[in-house]
Design a protein around this ligand. Structure first.
Ligand SMILES: NC(=O)c1ccc[n+]([C@@H]2O[C@H](COP(=O)([O-])OP(=O)(O)OC[C@H]3O[C@@H](n4cnc5c(N)ncnc54)[C@H](O)[C@@H]3O)[C@@H](O)[C@H]2O)c1
Length: 282
């Protein structure tokens, strides 16, 4: 499937991964409609600085609110070439960073927030964008009537901690596990409309947020503990390339792609230590 001439909504497109995805889509002749929280004027100004500025559009949208998403999609359809909406790359999400406490109930508020934005937001984006894609065709009149043409593809961003969730991701992790479930269910639900749905799970992606000595040290420790190889931050364009693969390959559907350098909670080779020897705790 070629991206040329096709339009994609990129939620969280002002962020690191969303921004890299938009650049790759436009480089392949597609159009990128960026949905993010920034007000209309400021967001539009920001994306106009990109090369091929006429292939980027900006729309303020809150992915956790139905009315906002529906309005943003309606506006997006007016901006892009007629009939060209083909999919979405859903990057918008939040990850609350709060001081550690040993009481699980201290995390309830965070859990409500991440479920609303990361989980409900994913369901909402998939639903509203699929409706917008289908609105470009004749309505499907009969339940289970199947189309034969490929109409679109949605990519949801999960996380390695959505696959295996450690305590430090007590609220964010389960919200990303929901993304996996929504992806599989949506792929099955939208199959009769010719729309594929996949997810991508990064480990630690380098972003502006991490450009700070303490954070880099903390996260490098995580990479040393859990990544197999390479033990470094992923660059946003490395995630973008795997998203492009899923968009372009028509046979990829209901698939959860980990792009994580073999991140597993089971590894832990210490420099110089033989991993086959039992660790003796002092
Ligand atoms: N960066 C990482 O290390 C990492 C690791 C695993 C998974 N992920 C996932 O990848 C995706 C993209 O991450 P990123 O590093 O580009 O994040 P980022 O923080 O750089 O970008 C996220 C963007 O989403 C927007 N956003 C937040 N809430 C929104 C809302 N309610 N409505 C609309 N926009 C909203 C923000 O304004 C921001 O521009 C996220 O789903 C994240 O959970 C990231």
């Amino acid at each position: 499937m070629k991206l040329e001439g096709k339009s994609f909504i990129i939620t969280g497109g002002l962020g690191s991964i969303g921004g890299a995805v938009a650049i790759e889509i436009v480089a392949r002749g597609g159009y990128a409609v960026i949905f993010d929280m920034m007000p209309e004027d400021a967001g539009t100004m920001k994306i106009q600085q990109l090369t091929n500025g006429d292939k980027y559009f900006y729309q303020q949208a809150d992915v956790s609110k139905q009315e906002s998403m529906e309005q943003a999609c309606a506006e997006a359809l007016k901006k892009i070439p007629k009939g060209s909406l083909f999919g979405a790359v859903h990057c918008a999400a939040v990850n609350p960073c709060r001081e550690w406490s040993n009481k699980m109930s201290d995390k309830l508020k965070d859990f409500e927030t991440v479920l609303r934005i990361n989980a409900y937001g994913t369901f909402l984006v998939n639903a509203v964008v699929a409706d917008a894609i289908n609105s470009q065709y004749d309505a499907l009149d009969t339940y289970h009537e199947r189309v034969t043409e490929e109409r679109g593809c949605l990519i949801n961003l999960s996380s390695v901690v959505g696959h295996e969730t450690p305590a430090r991701c007590l609220t964010y992790g389960p919200s990303k596990t929901c993304v996996l479930g929504i992806t599989t269910a949506a792929a099955d639900f939208l199959a009769p409309c010719g729309i594929r749905v996949n997810s991508v799970a990064p480990a630690l992606v380098f972003s502006a947020l991490m450009n700070n000595g303490d954070r880099v040290r903390y996260f490098q420790g995580e990479l040393d503990a859990y990544s197999m190889f390479p033990r470094r931050f992923t660059q946003p364009d490395e995630i973008a390339h795997s998203i492009i693969f899923l968009l372009e390959n028509s046979m990829m559907n209901a698939f959860h792609l980990k792009v994580d350098a073999g991140w597993r909670q089971v590894t832990g080779w210490q420099p110089g230590a033989d991993p086959r020897k039992r660790v003796v705790l002092e």
